[in-house]
Design a protein around this ligand. Structure first.
Ligand code: ADP
Ligand code: F6P
Length: 319
């Protein structure tokens, strides 16, 4: 193995820069060339490469986003698009590809391997924490801290006005962000896609709080009862309350990564290079119980990653 390519794909996540830095530096230490790919699979198809060295990866670790850029790339869903990407890799003399992204990025990577024999190793990068085979994904810790800080601020004004706030957090089909942030912020109610949202219970909670009292309702965007707007509409239909809706949105994806995310990304980025050197492909490198864990791509998205039981129990006890 002589040359590895490194890319970030799908939704960006704080810590991706630490991943790029670690993967490039570990590759260089091992005597390999490290080639960055700009704009994820879109840049791969276009051959948009950037040779990486220590200098180019310096002063990046503390910044959010990804300095290589990322993309959701329509062309990569087609066999033609993937063939163009494989051609670019061959032309550039790349022997292995490192992909930091979510389940979609890994599905694309698996096809690239199956169709063109390109060795690919994945690193979990998404704020959603929805990949099996790792306790935490890169970006999740930063996102929950950002969301918690925002909700703490909302709580102050909710308290002053005695309002009910319906606050929507990201997570796509997974409720990890909603559940942990809800517990951490002392929410009065948490709605997650993993369980049926009992609107009757929510009505009772709001009534029990008493009129003119603050109530914080945290809603995971993928909840089956709908987002914060839908849940607020259902409640406002029956109760005469002073309420507001806040969609936290992409604020959760930006900002300086926490130390946890920097260390996780550094550890997994460096480990991923070793996995390629060991001749393996089609696996994601994660961390479970503080130990490295290697999981075949298809097992990372094959089933829903449940919210840990002890976290669910905590929510039942405290919320
Ligand atoms: P994430 O990796 O964060 O889940 P996406 O689902 O948007 O984000 O996937 C990122 C990119 O990976 C897509 O824009 C597309 O280029 C590629 N991709 C996703 N799913 C597939 C698939 N089933 N086949 C081929 N490529 C895919
Ligand atoms: O997967 C990360 C994520 O931020 C999800 O939580 C969210 O549903 C989605 O990406 C938003 O995607 P976009 O940036 O394309 O709006």
């Amino acid at each position: 193995m002589k040359r590895v390519a490194i890319l970030t794909s799908g939704g960006d996540a704080p810590g991706m820069n630490a991943f790029i830095r670690a993967a490039a530096r570990a590759a260089i230490q091992a005597g390999l060339d490290a080639l960055g790919v700009r704009r994820g699979y879109a840049g791969l198809i276009d051959g948009d490469f950037l040779p990486l060295d220590r200098r180019l990866t310096a002063n990046r670790i503390a910044k959010g986003g990804t300095f290589l850029g990322t993309a959701r790339c329509e062309k990569f869903y087609s066999a033609q698009g993937r063939a163009a990407a494989a051609d670019q890799l061959r032309k550039a003399g790349v022997d292995g590809l490192l992909v930091c992204g979510g389940d979609g990025s890994f599905q694309g990577a698996q096809l690239l391997h199956a169709e063109h024999g390109i060795s690919v190793v994945g690193v979990p990068g998404t704020i959603d924490n929805d990949l099996c085979g790792t306790d935490f994904t890169i970006g999740y810790d930063t996102a929950i801290n950002t969301a918690a800080e925002a909700i703490d601020r909302i709580r102050d004004t909710a308290e002053s006005h005695g309002r009910v706030f319906f606050i929507e957090v990201m997570g796509r089909h997974a409720g990890h962000i909603a559940m942990e942030v809800g517990i951490a912020c002392g929410a009065e109610f948490i709605a997650v896609p993993e369980s049926v949202t009992k609107l009757d219970l929510l009505r009772r909670r709001i009534v029990e709080q008493g009129s003119g009292r603050r109530t914080i309702v945290v809603v995971g965007e993928g909840d089956e009862a709908g987002g914060a707007r839908d849940i607020a509409a259902a409640i406002n239909k029956d109760l005469d309350i002073d309420s507001r809706i806040t969609i936290l949105g992409h604020i959760q994806r930006g900002g300086a990564p926490t130390v946890r995310d920097r260390i996780l990304a550094s550890n997994l980025g460096a480990a991923a290079v070793q996995v390629l050197l060991d001749g393996r492909s089609n696996v994601m490198v994660g961390e479970v119980g503080g130990e490295l864990r290697f999981t075949e791509f298809r097992h990372t998205w094959g089933r829903h990653k449940d919210i840990p039981k002890q976290i669910e129990r905590l929510a039942e006890l405290l919320v």
